[in-house]
Design a protein around this ligand. Structure first.
Ligand SMILES: [Zn+2]
Ligand SMILES: [Zn+2]
Length: 282
């Protein structure tokens, strides 16, 4: 008797190549490693942090990334769906530049991120801020401002996927050990989740913090569960790999988490439209 076997499909929707300033692996290496790992869908989402748009000539960076993906995708097509993406940081700081970069190319997926927060003088990317000596009050103010920026991004910035919600905690708790209880921000987080759903965007479960100093998904499991309870169904997985070794890292755990929350489907984006994939556990 034949049984229906649903094949496990791995879709990594958030990956950096060496076109990103902090990316280490070439596109060829990423493609070869994806095929080795049985990844079916891979989105290259190189950085365009809008605050560096002119000084770092982000337009040329993205042009390089998009054109290389376009050249390599057909060659890999029988084994891997390679998608054109972009990760826009701080899009709300300059809607003009965001609009310009989005008009330059046809993307499959646009990821929206907050890497730097508009809070007093602490407007550098949070990866560069020394949180060790910041007062409790300032730390709280900083995180409130982060969730406000996120809300505004969901409201006004044209992204498909909201990346790594709670990412500052990777530094604040993971590196600086400030032990912030993210539950304190439950109201703000729920407000952002409701808005993601209302605007038809997708929530990303970012796996880059698992197994490192931070040791958790971004966002945490309870936030993913809350998103489902609130009616959120559009969800993507992103390794945020900056090296080929990190591709689809901890995806088995992430898919188990999604399944335990009630999801039976996750998504990848093609032509900026969500495509469902069944969740099949390993
Ligand atoms: Zn990011
Ligand atoms: Zn990223």
């Amino acid at each position: 008797m034949m049984t229906d076997v649903v094949e496990r499909v791995l879709c990594d929707m958030h990956v950096h190549s060496d076109h990103s300033h902090d990316g280490k692996s070439s596109l060829e290496e990423l493609i070869a490693e994806s095929i080795r790992r049985g990844i079916s869908v891979l989105a290259i989402t190189d950085h365009c942090d809008v605050e560096y748009y002119l000084p770092w000539d982000q337009r040329s960076v993205i042009r390089g990334s998009v054109s290389e993906v376009g050249a390599l995708a057909p060659r890999a097509a029988d084994r891997l769906t390679l998608l054109t993406g972009i990760e826009i940081g701080e899009g709300i700081w300059s809607p003009e530049h965001t609009e310009e970069i989005l008009g330059d190319h046809r993307y499959d997926v646009v990821i929206g991120s907050v890497h730097a927060v508009r809070y007093g003088t602490l407007t550098d990317p949070y990866s560069k801020i020394d949180f060790a000596t910041l007062s409790e009050e300032a730390l709280h103010g900083y995180l409130c401002a982060y969730f406000e920026d996120l809300y505004e991004m969901v409201e006004t910035s044209p992204c498909d996927v909201v990346a790594h919600l709670t990412c500052p905690l990777r530094y604040i708790n993971g590196i600086y050990r400030r032990n912030v209880d993210v539950r304190r921000y439950e109201m703000q987080i729920e407000r952002v989740l409701r808005h993601i759903i209302a605007k038809g965007r997708a929530l990303e479960v970012n796996t880059s913090g698992v197994g490192g100093a931070y040791g958790a998904f971004m966002p945490d499991a309870w936030i993913v569960r809350r998103y489902f309870e609130l009616g959120g169904r559009r969800i993507t997985l992103g390794s945020d790999a900056h090296t080929a070794e990190r591709l689809a890292a901890s995806f088995d755990e992430a898919l188990t988490l999604l399944s335990s929350c009630g999801f039976d489907t996750y998504y990848y984006y093609r032509d900026r439209r969500p495509v469902p994939c069944p969740i099949v556990l390993a």
